[in-house]
Design a protein around this ligand. Sequence first.
Ligand code: OXD
Ligand code: MN
Length: 590
Amino acid sequence: MSLTKNKAVNEWVNEMAAMTKPDGIVWIDGSEAQLGALRKESLATGEITALDPEKLPGCFLHRSAVNDVARVEHKTFICSRREEDAGPTNNWTAPDEMYAKLRKLYGGCMKGRTMYVIPFSMAVPESPFAKFGVELTDSIYVVLNMAIMTRTGIRVLKCLDSSASPSDFTRGLHSKAGIDEENRYIAHFPEDNTIWSINSGYGGNALLGKKCLALRIASYIGRKEGWMAEHMLILGIENPNGEIRYLAAAFPSACGKTNLAMLIPPEAYRKKGYKIWCVGDDIAWLRVGSDGRLWAVNPEAGFFGVAPGTNMKSNPNALLSCRKNSIFTNVVHNLDDNTVWWEGLDKTPPKNALNWKGEKWDCTDGSKGAHPNSRFTAPASQCPCISGEFETPQGVPLSALVFGGRRARTAPLVYQSRDWDHGVFVGSIMASETTAAASGAVGVVRRDPMAMLPFCGYHMGDYFAHWLDMGKRIPNPPKIFNVNWFRTDGKGNFIWPGYGENMRVLEWIIKRAFGEAGAVESPIGRLPEPGDINREGLDLPLQTLKELLTVDRDLWREEAKEIRAFYSKFGDKLPSKLNDELARLEKNLA
Ligand code: OXD
Ligand code: MN
């Protein structure tokens, strides 16, 4: 039975049910009782497995289909009415054509199944910045994940119903259908505020609040409404005076966003009273506040983190976040104590275990036990360093924005842009080098502007213009920086220790934002002098810091050529200001 009198919601649910033909419809009310009953049902079918109630209370293991383990960028579409509105970095199909194709696939796909109706909110539903959605799905696993990652249920419906436009919600239709790779589609219709996802049960493809709504659809809405949806973590740095200053940072996948968001400062900092508070690890919505600053909220309620490599050294806070009430996907099942394991958790892989495919796993045969993209879904409230402002409707005021990528030689450890427009340029030229582990081809540069390449819901040239435009509307904008934790020496070894030591760079950044630290001009922007980065308690020669902060003009001249080639993709949609910035860089390097 429907939980709302909202006509638009009910009509749409009925229309989708008429197409997909489920045996029944269940509305998710957000209660623990209902979620408990769904867990029982999911346990009974084997979709999830309950883990040890003492070691991992309230935790479950799930294995996805082996052909369905990651986001599928080549099957992700932005179906704007005009192709030029999707732009050269997105796949595009005309909406009518995509709807017609998918209607055939959805026809009767929920026969024999239940359709779950999940009313959800991105950001605290009572916040004026919240965006509401309803996801229809035939997967209990999706329901259980959405209940962690978003705010769901009657509370959300009440807020939607009493909002200025109760018919204004994202319509998300998801079906696992037959998990058929060939017919897998993640289609976005920005002008209809609609997402249709079929034939996948994997996180980013199936949890429609995350990448689909909070980035692709939200970036489109944000441009119309004058705000921004960004692929950024948000953290607060508390200094010994008890003052907390906030920054947001964008990095492409596999660059340690979750680790940075929950960083534990080195001992020398902890002793003085420095702390890091996590507001979010993946998505930030940014708005201009009435005080003229840029404010950030994390629209999510949980973390969907990559498991492998997460351990008590790399990220104790992430590990402690997923010790209860969490879902593990595609990790190793330790049969001896009914817990989970993944590569990099510790040095003692379980002897009696199943791998991510559910096969008996011999940890000595060289095969991986967990899938490299295996995940934990954990409530953010369980993070030991979750910010006291996590639920605050207006979010936190930002003093700095940080861009970063994985560059072996080009980018220095850190530099600051001269101003907002130059900062937008710095974000637009973001790039990351592929690693041997990820692709086989080492050092191939993929341009990933603002880490939004797979997530921008409209033309990237228009997106750059929106960034420039936002700058004009922020009287007191955050300062913009770029970092690179991944510089290597001649032998390919990382020369910056990373992890908690990144605090030393964050300290310079946040002090610069308040005019409390020095910098020198370089062709690419402002750099710290090696002595400006605190080395207390760190065994790193000053000479190494010097190297980390060098700007190799020859490499940058090559870089400028590549940027010019990348920019040419955007034709006349590339804002002239960015061309001017590129020309200035070329001149500085001459
Ligand atoms: C990503 C993620 O792929 O956050 O960026 O899962
Ligand atoms: Mn992400």
